[in-house]
Design a protein around this ligand. Structure first.
Ligand SMILES: [Zn+2]
Length: 244
């Protein structure tokens, strides 16, 4: 499980034998080429593991295949988003299920038909079979409302500049930071204890000073967030949340 992803590094520059990548919205996507004598044209597919595979037809070249993929980055971005949103863990939420919210466990209760409640939250639902989509939407909205102001607040305290802040449905990480200061956070931060959520935000903010995980980076994290090791432990123990 990755805590985060740092955009902007191109591994193939450091190591020429590493697989080639293509930049899709600032994110490196591995590029794979395969020749197919019966293919009539170049074909592009985004595989389940996130690799972009280009099929080269008879008489085609890797160079042309690369150019072909580069022209399709908008399509790749759409496919990538679709992949992120595929449900990988089938676990339904029904009345009586327990969910984690702001670091506490709550039981989903149904106080009235078409209503679901936990803690201070009340959500109207249409379909009663699986409550997850409606609840996730609600949690996402809360995350969208609360997380960006918190990022800006902490950025101000620690005197780092941030650019765009987006709230996403990432399956394998809590957050990311691009070299241009675009910060993405997982909506699931709303499920975490406040100090763990703050740690993730501070972690991404410190990447504005060090775009790596060097000892110097961890010194910055330690200075900004002295309790970070406990937060790291909490995340390791609750890594399963990302898949849900
Ligand atoms: Zn990091």
């Amino acid at each position: 499980m990755l805590l985060d992803l740092i955009f902007g590094r191109r591994p193939n520059q450091a190591n020429p034998s590493a697989p080639e990548t293509i930049s899709v919205s600032g994110r490196p996507v591995a590029l794979q080429f395969t020749r197919h004598p019966r293919a009539r044209r170049y074909l592009l597919r985004l595989l389940a593991d996130g690799t972009a595979r280009v099929t080269i037809p008879r008489g085609g070249s890797v160079q042309e295949a690369r150019r072909f993929a580069e022209r399709q980055t908008a399509w790749l971005e759409t496919q990538w988003q679709r992949l992120q949103n595929l449900p990988r863990v089938k676990s339904e939420w029904v009345a009586g299920s327990q969910i984690l919210f702001r670091g506490e466990r709550f039981t989903l209760e149904c106080p009235a038909p078409g209503m679901i409640q936990w803690g201070s939250e009340l959500v109207r639902i249409k379909e009663a079979t699986d409550l997850r989509p409606a609840i996730q939407k609600h949690l996402w909205r809360l995350a969208q409302r609360e997380l960006p102001p918190r990022v800006r607040e902490l950025a101000k305290v620690h005197e780092v500049e941030v650019n765009r802040i987006s709230i996403r449905n990432q399956r394998s990480r809590w957050g990311s930071c691009s070299r241009h200061g675009n910060i993405s956070l997982n909506w699931r931060l709303i499920q975490l204890p406040a100090e763990v959520s703050d740690y993730i935000i501070l972690h991404e903010l410190m990447h504005r000073r060090q775009l790596n995980h060097s000892a110097r980076f961890w010194q910055e994290v330690e200075a900004a967030c002295p309790g970070y090791e406990a937060a790291e432990r909490w995340l390791k123990q609750n890594a399963g949340l990302l898949g849900s």
